[in-house]
Design a protein around this ligand. Structure first.
Ligand code: AKB
Length: 312
């Protein structure tokens, strides 16, 4: 990977993956892209809409790109509000990236899948080979991501890799339009208001991960030996799992006056369709996946950094 393009670089994961890639591969070796350049995201940057295949081609050609971290996507809750947009960005955008990858002999494409590939018929603690019947347009687009990745690998030798990411928590950038967003919003409101109203029930339990582990999972998989990969674009990666109530209690250890209320909305049904935890044995065995952050360590780090950030 000599010249990397990151799509969706201004998003929650992109804004932390891009600096990590620049640190490892060299600042100018990583071209960030998104619909708009946000403050703080340094050049090299290009405005890029992934639904425009010609534009992707132009960037790949001009910057001699040989690897792509394709992160641009519409998440689950926003996707249910606007399924057409989710299809366009997540499916047509992905197809464009794969087609350009094939045409320009791109060495590697890393694109995350999600626990949203699972659905209400998923058994407890699913592995990679469990039946996938998602209920959301986002989930459907991620099943398609995994299947298309396999297709392009088998038919065109295009090396596409990815992990099924859970809800990602970070103090740097807010997520947008996801079902697991409550697990980040609660930290902001706990510090600023002393109160948070969850949009899910207190017993809602979902797989989650702290951002440094999410970034590592993508970078580690990108560097893994090709012949070790049994589930190329569909690796479960597990780090944390907790209920909304357990998260409240963990925050109260640091902020004892913090209070939570619970008012489930439409997102509850999406949360209920996803598993509480996933089995990541394959990632641990195939490429030594090992998360660093457990609940207490994550909560402490989130609160320390967010308090500092919000007081500036
Ligand atoms: C979402 O909630 O939509 C995402 C995801 C689990 O992929 N965070």
């Amino acid at each position: 990977m000599n010249k990397i393009l990151v799509t969706g670089a201004a998003g929650q994961i992109g804004s932390e993956l891009t600096p990590a890639l620049r640190e490892k591969y060299g600042h100018d070796a990583v071209v960030a892209s998104d619909i708009q350049q946000p403050e703080g995201l340094e050049d090299p940057f290009v405005e890029l809409d992934v639904t425009d295949r010609d534009a992707i081609e132009a960037v790949v050609e001009e910057h001699e790109i040989d690897a792509i971290f394709h992160l641009a996507a519409i998440l689950s809750a926003k996707g249910e509000e606007n399924p057409g947009l989710a299809w366009d960005v997540n499916v047509n955008g992905l197809y464009n990236v794969f087609e350009v990858g094939r045409e320009y002999d791109i060495e590697k494409i890393i694109t995350p899948s999600s626990i949203a590939v699972y659905g209400s018929t998923t058994p407890d603690n699913p592995g990679e080979e469990t039946v996938l019947i998602p209920t959301t347009m986002y989930g459907i687009s991620k099943v398609l991501t995994e299947l298309l990745a396999k297709y392009y690998y088998e038919n065109y030798d295009l090396d596409v890799r990815g992990v099924r990411l859970p809800g990602i928590l970070s103090y740097k950038t807010l997520p947008g339009g996801g079902t697991t967003d409550y697990a980040v919003e609660v930290f902001y409101e706990a510090i600023e208001e002393g109160h948070y109203e969850y949009f899910v029930r207190p017993d809602t339990m979902l797989p989650m991960m702290y951002m440094p582990d999410a970034v590592n999972s993508l970078m580690q998989l990108a560097e893994a030996d090709d012949e070790d990969l049994n589930y190329r674009c569909a690796y479960n990666v597990s780090a944390l799992t907790f209920t909304a109530e357990e998260l409240t209690e963990a925050i109260q250890e640091h902020l004892p006056d913090f209070e939570a209320t619970y008012a489930p909305d439409d997102r509850q049904a999406i949360a209920d369709s996803w598993p509480d935890r996933v089995d990541d044995t394959a990632a641990r065995e195939d490429w030594d996946w090992e998360p660093e952050y457990k609940l207490d360590k994550m909560v402490e780090d989130m609160l320390t950094n967010l308090e500092r950030k919000l007081s500036n």
